[in-house]
Design a protein around this ligand. Sequence first.
Ligand SMILES: Nc1ncnc2c1ncn2[C@@H]1O[C@H](COP(=O)(O)OP(=O)(O)O)[C@@H](O)[C@H]1O
Ligand SMILES: [Mg+2]
Length: 147
Amino acid sequence: MIVPLPDLAAMQAFGARIADQLRSGDVVALAGQLGAGKTTLARAVLASLGYKGEVPSPTFTIVETYDPPLVRLPVVHADFYRLKSVREAEELGLDDYRKGAALLAEWPDHAGGFAHEAACLSINLEIHDLGRKAIVEGGTDWLGRMP
Ligand SMILES: Nc1ncnc2c1ncn2[C@@H]1O[C@H](COP(=O)(O)OP(=O)(O)O)[C@@H](O)[C@H]1O
Ligand SMILES: [Mg+2]
Protein backbone atom coordinates (compact mmCIF):
# COMPACT_ATOMS: atom_id res chain seq x y z
CA MET A 1 0.00 0.00 0.00
CA ILE A 2 1.38 3.43 -0.94
CA VAL A 3 0.25 6.47 1.05
CA PRO A 4 1.06 9.90 -0.41
CA LEU A 5 2.15 12.37 2.28
CA PRO A 6 2.59 15.65 0.40
CA ASP A 7 2.77 17.90 3.45
CA LEU A 8 2.66 18.05 7.26
CA ALA A 9 -1.16 18.04 7.28
CA ALA A 10 -1.12 14.70 5.45
CA MET A 11 1.38 13.44 8.05
CA GLN A 12 -1.01 14.48 10.86
CA ALA A 13 -3.94 12.74 9.18
CA PHE A 14 -1.96 9.53 8.58
CA GLY A 15 -0.76 9.59 12.20
CA ALA A 16 -4.37 9.95 13.34
CA ARG A 17 -5.44 6.90 11.29
CA ILE A 18 -2.61 4.85 12.81
CA ALA A 19 -3.52 6.05 16.31
CA ASP A 20 -7.17 5.08 15.79
CA GLN A 21 -6.14 1.47 15.13
CA LEU A 22 -3.24 1.16 17.56
CA ARG A 23 -3.34 -1.55 20.24
CA SER A 24 -0.87 -2.62 22.91
CA GLY A 25 1.58 -5.17 21.52
CA ASP A 26 1.74 -3.42 18.15
CA VAL A 27 4.95 -2.22 16.58
CA VAL A 28 4.95 0.65 14.11
CA ALA A 29 8.32 0.26 12.39
CA LEU A 30 9.31 3.64 10.94
CA ALA A 31 12.04 3.21 8.34
CA GLY A 32 13.59 5.73 5.98
CA GLN A 33 16.67 7.90 5.68
CA LEU A 34 17.58 10.79 7.98
CA GLY A 35 14.93 13.50 7.52
CA ALA A 36 12.39 11.14 5.96
CA GLY A 37 9.76 12.07 8.57
CA LYS A 38 9.94 9.21 11.10
CA THR A 39 9.84 11.44 14.17
CA THR A 40 7.21 13.67 12.58
CA LEU A 41 4.91 10.67 12.10
CA ALA A 42 5.59 9.35 15.61
CA ARG A 43 4.67 12.80 16.99
CA ALA A 44 1.45 12.78 14.96
CA VAL A 45 0.51 9.38 16.39
CA LEU A 46 1.22 10.49 19.96
CA ALA A 47 -0.75 13.71 19.50
CA SER A 48 -3.72 11.73 18.19
CA LEU A 49 -3.48 9.39 21.17
CA GLY A 50 -4.07 12.46 23.30
CA TYR A 51 -0.55 13.58 24.20
CA LYS A 52 -0.46 17.35 24.59
CA GLY A 53 3.20 17.90 25.50
CA GLU A 54 6.43 18.21 23.54
CA VAL A 55 7.67 14.94 22.08
CA PRO A 56 11.48 14.97 22.02
CA SER A 57 13.29 12.97 19.37
CA PRO A 58 14.67 9.91 21.20
CA THR A 59 17.95 10.19 19.27
CA PHE A 60 20.07 10.39 22.43
CA THR A 61 17.88 8.74 25.08
CA ILE A 62 16.98 5.92 22.59
CA VAL A 63 13.70 5.27 24.45
CA GLU A 64 10.95 7.64 25.62
CA THR A 65 7.78 6.35 27.28
CA TYR A 66 4.26 7.82 27.36
CA ASP A 67 1.63 6.49 29.73
CA PRO A 68 -2.08 6.99 30.43
CA PRO A 69 -3.81 9.22 31.30
CA LEU A 70 -1.65 11.43 29.04
CA VAL A 71 -2.19 8.99 26.15
CA ARG A 72 -4.97 6.48 25.37
CA LEU A 73 -2.57 3.53 25.72
CA PRO A 74 1.05 3.13 26.85
CA VAL A 75 3.51 3.96 24.08
CA VAL A 76 7.24 3.43 23.77
CA HIS A 77 8.90 5.73 21.24
CA ALA A 78 12.38 4.51 20.34
CA ASP A 79 15.14 5.56 17.96
CA PHE A 80 17.53 2.66 17.48
CA TYR A 81 19.93 4.57 15.22
CA ARG A 82 22.73 4.55 17.81
CA LEU A 83 22.57 0.85 18.60
CA LYS A 84 25.65 -0.99 17.41
CA SER A 85 24.24 -4.48 17.67
CA VAL A 86 20.89 -6.21 17.99
CA ARG A 87 21.99 -7.37 21.45
CA GLU A 88 22.04 -3.77 22.66
CA ALA A 89 18.27 -3.65 22.17
CA GLU A 90 17.91 -6.56 24.58
CA GLU A 91 20.40 -4.99 26.99
CA LEU A 92 18.43 -1.76 27.23
CA GLY A 93 15.42 -3.82 28.30
CA LEU A 94 13.29 -3.39 25.20
CA ASP A 95 11.13 -6.44 26.02
CA ASP A 96 10.25 -4.98 29.42
CA TYR A 97 9.49 -1.56 27.96
CA ARG A 98 7.18 -3.20 25.43
CA LYS A 99 5.00 -5.08 27.95
CA GLY A 100 1.47 -3.72 27.63
CA ALA A 101 2.63 -0.95 25.31
CA ALA A 102 2.69 -0.12 21.61
CA LEU A 103 6.14 0.51 20.15
CA LEU A 104 6.91 3.30 17.68
CA ALA A 105 10.35 2.31 16.36
CA GLU A 106 12.65 4.53 14.30
CA TRP A 107 15.55 2.74 12.58
CA PRO A 108 13.90 -0.65 13.32
CA ASP A 109 16.58 -2.58 11.39
CA HIS A 110 19.19 -1.44 13.95
CA ALA A 111 17.23 -3.41 16.55
CA GLY A 112 16.97 -6.52 14.39
CA GLY A 113 13.75 -5.51 12.62
CA PHE A 114 10.19 -6.32 13.63
CA ALA A 115 8.54 -7.29 10.33
CA HIS A 116 8.42 -10.95 11.40
CA GLU A 117 5.93 -10.00 14.15
CA ALA A 118 2.24 -10.36 13.21
CA ALA A 119 1.55 -7.09 15.04
CA CYS A 120 4.13 -5.10 13.05
CA LEU A 121 3.04 -2.27 10.78
CA SER A 122 6.03 -1.50 8.55
CA ILE A 123 6.16 2.05 7.24
CA ASN A 124 8.94 2.96 4.84
CA LEU A 125 9.10 6.74 4.38
CA GLU A 126 10.63 8.19 1.24
CA ILE A 127 11.27 11.77 0.20
CA HIS A 128 9.04 12.51 -2.79
CA ASP A 129 9.09 15.93 -4.47
CA LEU A 130 8.69 18.44 -1.59
CA GLY A 131 6.76 15.94 0.54
CA ARG A 132 6.98 12.27 1.42
CA LYS A 133 5.38 9.00 0.52
CA ALA A 134 4.99 5.88 2.65
CA ILE A 135 5.15 2.27 1.59
CA VAL A 136 3.05 0.46 4.17
CA GLU A 137 2.83 -3.25 4.92
CA GLY A 138 1.05 -4.86 7.83
CA GLY A 139 1.50 -8.19 9.57
CA THR A 140 -1.51 -10.51 9.87
CA ASP A 141 -2.71 -8.72 13.03
CA TRP A 142 -3.22 -5.62 10.88
CA LEU A 143 -5.62 -7.32 8.47
CA GLY A 144 -8.80 -5.23 8.38
CA ARG A 145 -7.28 -2.27 10.22
CA MET A 146 -4.71 -0.90 7.77
CA PRO A 147 -4.47 2.86 8.30
N1 LIG B 1 5.15 14.85 4.67
C1 LIG B 1 6.06 15.84 4.82
N2 LIG B 1 6.15 16.84 3.92
C2 LIG B 1 7.09 17.81 4.04
N3 LIG B 1 8.01 17.87 5.05
C3 LIG B 1 7.97 16.91 5.97
C4 LIG B 1 7.02 15.85 5.91
N4 LIG B 1 7.23 15.03 6.97
C5 LIG B 1 8.26 15.55 7.65
N5 LIG B 1 8.72 16.68 7.07
C6 LIG B 1 9.86 17.49 7.53
O1 LIG B 1 11.05 16.74 7.42
C7 LIG B 1 11.98 17.13 8.43
C8 LIG B 1 12.61 15.93 9.07
O2 LIG B 1 11.61 15.17 9.71
P1 LIG B 1 11.90 14.14 10.90
O3 LIG B 1 10.59 13.62 11.29
O4 LIG B 1 12.76 14.74 11.94
O5 LIG B 1 12.75 12.99 10.14
P2 LIG B 1 13.43 11.66 10.71
O6 LIG B 1 12.92 11.39 12.08
O7 LIG B 1 13.03 10.60 9.71
O8 LIG B 1 14.92 11.91 10.66
C9 LIG B 1 11.21 18.01 9.40
O9 LIG B 1 11.63 19.33 9.19
C10 LIG B 1 9.76 17.82 9.01
O10 LIG B 1 9.00 18.99 9.22
MG1 LIG C 1 13.94 10.91 13.89
